[in-house]
Write a protein that binds this ligand. Structure first.
Ligand code: 3H9
Length: 697
């Protein structure tokens, strides 16, 4: 029939097979092939139809690479209406991940059979979209309004079992899926069950309160995002009007979201995340080392979280501490983390126990002799790290990968402590490491290709989003953060308050305000780091005067019950402290700073453009491979709103010329120490080029 859709009649059943690797996305050719096939099935001697897919998955959605291009017929909603209208029973046979337009295809079929391991879902919201091929209309009719809202607003896939409970899948397949689907179709024909069309089902009548509750939830959890309210409106319309009026509204709102910059940003993030996994210049054929066991040195919050990340992926871990006492403390933190996951319903008791059993403790380096990878996660002291790496060099088997979880230190210097520099690299996890998705993989000067390739593949196995960084102080993320925090502190002393600076950034979309982040991380950490530096390297005194005074007054942040804010000892609820305002005003006066009201827009621009300006430097210096990698770092590691696409995408959206003009304005107002425009930014603007042009250089 076509290269991507085939058609045969097997024992009276029309078998339509999609074969469009890697994920059977609904490209124009697939849509056309399906349309031709369903028309053929409608007119020939077959008794029923099954739609199934070859390869690793059922259709995983519309073809995202076609988005933003002119519509090519047949349009998916029309195709699916035609499948549903077929006079013969149509059965969808699901395996892998039936997502988005793929699941909508299944919903337009009259019955659905799925293998137990299959996942189904409508993740469009994660791309700033809504299910645009009848999903918002068919799911509430099949599963009820609340379940439909849950599925579409969370965008998370659900299991076959769960989908059966909701009425979205009818049968679980035993054995070969194609065979099981054919038997099911045969059985439906024999029992006289005709086509069962979701569009013809009555919608349930629900109280408005259900929609209001969903809207309130979205306003809180999906703050600033435009797709979730559109999804709610579609479902509301589905229940208030007939299917075709509902589908018309769905189409209008889908088209609206498709041209919304939020969707462009989220689609950018989708591809940037996948692109980040690819290392420029590294062949796909690079051989991988086997990683079947891991050693983690240091059982603190970080080491414990790292150990859990591996155990959760089924990889045994040996956790090394300096004494039995420290080891016991580390293991008990892990125990309580697992207990917390079980309590919050994130892990079953059984799974938590199995993971926990994969972590064993040790206090001697000899116990790391056989592991395939060691990650050092001790206090960020370069000398201590070098001593540890020299020991690892003596102890570990040949071919073991040796990684440091340092946040700032020079990985080349650490590698030099060994006689096997090609085996050494950085694996910079983010706290809490068992939860945060980001992993910066730091490629040192002499890191071997297979070590890098193995680490990138391993990151995927432990479900992290990995980004390669070159060696520099703070790598991609923390290096950029310095300017961001500096501007937050300067805005504070020049006229802001903790709550106004935080509110400006949170309203803009950041997960947490910068001042609250400082309190959470502990103000004493930065204080100690500053004290260790010679005076001339500490930076602008105005930017650390207030935090220094707070630390010296015993205000370390959340852990001491007060920092920039006060924290309730029982609930940890944050509240402003008038005493801090007095301190800020006093210190501003001491520095001869005349305080003024700083508009929220200025706060946002100063903080975000400080990130962006450094991002350009990081790109030009080859520390990050591409702009999208920087975006991925900020979204997965620093609470940057995904719907703004990351700092570099955001700068492109605003327009590089405008960004440069604002940075130049800041330079003129605040001086070139902090605001010298990055040469790459200037070059691009001068030559009228975009970041995309630079990427393809
Ligand atoms: C939609 O359906 C809208 C409709 O409601 C309405 C329409 C009118 N298109 O992730 P992986 C590529 S919106 C094009 O590494 P995994 C991906 O870029 C869509 N390409 O594999 C990568 O390419 P490369 C709703 C796609 O096994 C390769 O496939 N659907 C698409 O870890 C492998 O991907 C979704 O949002 C696509 N739809 O995970 C599902 N999907 O190798 C999006 C993937 O060149 N997809 N590619 O880098 C996923 O969530 C995951 O890819 C999936 C597989 C779970 C399927």
């Amino acid at each position: 029939m076509s290269d991507v859709v085939s058609y045969v009649i097997d024992r009276n059943i029309a078998v339509i097979t999609v074969k469009n690797p890697p994920v059977n996305a609904l490209s124009q050719a697939v849509r056309q092939g399906l349309l031709d096939a369903i028309r053929q099935a409608s007119g020939d001697e077959s008794k029923a139809v099954i739609i199934h897919c070859e390869g690793r998955t059922f259709i995983a959605g519309a073809d995202i690479t076609e988005f933003g291009k002119p519509h090519a017929e047949p349009l998916l909603p029309d195709l699916l209406n035609e499948i549903e209208a077929c006079g013969k029973v149509v059965v969808a046979a699901l395996h892998g991940t039936a997502l988005g337009g793929g699941f909508e295809t299944a919903l337009s079929c009259h019955y659905r059979i799925a293998v137990p391991e299959a996942k189904v879902g409508l993740p469009e919201v994660k791309l700033g979209l809504l299910p645009g091929a009848g999903g918002t209309q068919r799911v509430p009719r099949l599963a009820g309004v609340e379940a439909a809202l849950d599925l579409m607003l969370a965008g998370a896939p659900i299991s076959t079992e769960h989908a059966m409970q909701l009425g979205l899948v009818d049968r679980m397949a035993d054995g070969d899926l194609r065979e099981a689907a054919m038997n099911y179709a045969q059985e439906l024909v024999e029992s006289g069950a005709g086509p069962r069309r979701a569009s013809e089902m009555d919608g349930e009548s629900v109280d408005d309160a259900v929609f209001d509750a969903a809207a309130a939830m979205v306003a809180k959890r999906a703050r600033g995002q435009s797709a979730p309210p559109r999804i709610i409106e579609c479902v509301r319309t589905a229940m208030a009007t007939g299917f075709s009026a509902g589908q018309k509204r769905e189409r209008e709102l889908f088209t609206e979201s498709m041209s919304d910059p939020q969707s462009a940003a989220l689609r950018h993030v989708f591809f940037a995340e996948r692109e980040a996994a690819k290392v420029v210049g590294l062949s796909k054929e690079t051989p991988l080392r086997e990683i079947n066991s891991v050693g983690v040195i240091g059982g603190g919050t970080m080491g414990g979280g790292i150990a859990m990340s591996f155990a959760n992926a089924g990889i045994p871990v040996r956790l090394l501490e300096i004494s039995e006492e420290a080891l016991e403390r580390g293991l008990s933190i892990i125990d309580s983390n697992y207990a917390g996951s079980v309590k919050r319903g994130k892990l079953s008791e059984d799974k938590a126990q199995k993971c926990r059993e994969l972590i064993s403790g040790a206090t001697d380096y000899g116990s790391l002799a056989d592991v395939d990878l060691v990650i050092e996660a001790v206090f960020d002291d370069p000398e201590l790290k070098k001593t540890i790496f020299a020991k690892l060099d003596e102890t570990c088997k040949a071919g073991a990968i040796l990684a440091t979880n340092t946040s700032y230190q020079d990985v080349d210097e650490i590698a030099k402590a060994t006689n096997r520099r090609p085996d050494v690299l950085g694996m910079h996890f983010f706290s809490p490491a068992h939860i945060m998705k980001l992993l910066e993989v730091v490629r040192a000067d002499k890191t071997a290709d297979d070590v890098l390739a193995t680490t990138m593949a391993l990151a995927k196995r432990i479900r992290k989003v990995a980004v390669v960084s070159g060696v520099c102080y703070g790598f991609i993320g923390n290096r950029m953060l310095q300017g961001y925090f500096r501007e937050a502190q300067l805005c504070l002393i020049e006229g802001g308050l903790p709550e106004t600076v935080d509110a400006a950034m949170v309203d803009w979309g950041m997960a947490m305000g910068p001042i609250s982040v400082g309190d959470l991380a502990g103000l004493d950490v930065g204080y100690k780091a500053r004290q260790a530096l010679p005076d001339h390297e500490r930076g602008d005194p105005a930017a650390f005067r207030v935090p220094d005074v707070l630390v010296e007054a015993g205000r370390f942040g959340q852990k001491s019950g007060k920092g920039f804010y006060l924290y309730d000892p029982d609930t940890r609820k944050q509240s402003p402290d008038p005493e801090v305002q007095t301190i800020i005003e006093r210190e501003a006066a001491a520095l001869n700073i005349e305080r003024r009201e700083i508009p929220a827009a200025e706060i946002v621009d100063r903080l975000i453009y400080a990130l962006v300006n450094e991002g350009f430097r990081i790109l030009e210096g080859g520390i990050a491979q591409r702009p999208g990698d920087i975006d991925v770092v900020y979204i997965y590691g620093y609470g940057f709103p995904a719907w703004r696409g990351g700092p570099m995408h955001y700068a492109s959206e605003v327009g590089l010329e405008k960004v440069l003009a604002r940075i130049v304005e800041f330079r003129d107002r605040f001086g070139e120490d902090h605001w010298t425009p990055a040469p790459l930014l200037e070059k691009l603007v001068l030559s009228g080029r975009s970041l995309a042009d630079w990427t393809e250089r």
